[in-house]
Design a protein around this ligand. Structure first.
Ligand code: MRU
Length: 356
């Protein structure tokens, strides 16, 4: 099976961004054409494109869309640059928790900063497209390296994962799911248990879809069944992705990750995180400073559009939570495996050689 692609650029620098609408999966494959920044921001906010690396890639292409707006609007050089910077801020702040989004936008903007003041909007678009393609290609390679490193340390036996961290969430094979598929492709055999991942069901809708398409056995469970599954000894390891990892290893990821890590610790099951270096925010000392996105009530009160709670009930809907470093056995990055998860080890591994 060919790996699903979450975003693609069509045409040259005057082209457009196509986003695979993940809100419709697994029901159908629908691509959304984004020809203005508003549609890219909307796609990120509504999780048509989602997953930390994938929204970073979408944000980088979104800057090309911004430059295209400046071209079509007939902006002179200085207005074009101001437009790209302003639209860049809108893109970077579309979702607050995954640091990859701001990282990718800022990395792209660094490429246009040294260009002469009279650089045209057309040239800005070309430079930004080259950088977006580089970020996209790089992510493909980083996923492969994470898969390689992770498969080497993943224990034998069944695996429990949370949310979706596969091809849909990245530019390559995925982070945590990339480790799982790399282990499978190396000939190991096991079953994957996927938390459904309420309230938006990324596990049931997306992870299960990716695994079924690849022919890897997957069993979906309600999030609340994870404790029983772990208690009955059927899981050798848990592995999840990340949206932001601070200097001490505290890790923000999809809501429910923290509960899963506590359960894993209670049952002596190793808990792994897999993420590229772009997910680390070393400017933050610990997870207490990570901004946690709060989303609308309808996602909880009317899951999948079906009203479940009575009118008048309120909702608590944080999209992410923070798992303290002490609950994480190891963090798998493209540079290698961080174990134990300590500030010194994080700094040492991340400053090591990048993947070949
Ligand atoms: O709200 P989402 O679906 O964007 O949340 C995604 C996650 O929490 C993933 O685990 C994380 O971004 C890592 S994706 C490789």
């Amino acid at each position: 099976m060919t790996r699903p692609v979450s975003v693609r650029w069509t045409g040259d620098a005057a082209g457009h961004l196509d986003i695979l609408d993940q809100t419709l999966l697994p029901g159908g494959i629908v691509w959304r054409e984004c020809r203005d920044v508003d549609s890219v921001v909307e796609a990120i906010r509504s999780l048509r494109v989602r997953g930390a690396p994938a929204i970073g890639i979408a944000g980088a292409y979104g800057l090309v869309v911004a430059a295209g707006e400046a071209v079509r609007g007939g902006c002179d050089a200085s207005r074009a640059r101001a437009h790209v910077l302003a639209r860049g801020e809108e893109l970077a702040s579309a979702r607050p928790t995954a640091v990859n989004l701001r990282w990718a936008v800022e990395r792209s903007l660094v490429k246009i900063a040294p260009l002469a003041a009279d650089t045209s909007a057309e040239t800005l678009a070309e430079v930004l497209l080259a950088e977006a393609r580089t970020i996209h290609d790089e992510d493909r390679r980083l996923c492969a390296a994470i898969g390689r490193h992770g498969a080497a340390v993943l224990p034998t036996g069944n695996i429990l994962t949370h949310c979706n961290t596969g091809a849909l969430a990245t530019g390559g094979d995925g982070t945590a799911l990339g480790v799982i598929t790399a282990a499978w492709d190396s000939g190991r055999r096991f079953e994957v248990f996927a938390d459904e991942t309420r309230p938006l069901f990324q596990g049931a809708r997306l992870t299960a879809w990716e695994l079924v398409e690849r022919g890897i056995p997957v069993t979906v469970l309600v999030d609340a069944a994870a404790g029983h599954l772990l208690a009955t000894g059927r899981i050798a390891a848990c592995i999840v992705g990340a949206d932001r990892i601070t200097a001490n290893g505290d890790t923000a990821n999809k809501i429910g990750t923290y509960a899963l890590a506590v359960l894993a610790a209670a049952h002596g099951v190793p808990f792994f995180v897999a993420a590229p270096s772009s997910t680390f925010d070393l400017a933050l000392t610990d997870g207490g400073d990570i901004p946690i996105e709060e989303r609308g009530a309808a996602e909880v009160l009317a899951p999948l559009g079906v009203q479940a709670a009575p009118a008048g009930a309120r909702a608590f809907n944080p999209a992410f939570d923070v798992t303290p470093a002490r609950l994480i056995r190891a963090i798998i990055t493209e540079h290698g495996v961080i174990e134990p998860v300590t500030p010194a080890r994080i700094a040492a591994v991340l400053s090591g050689p990048p993947p070949r």
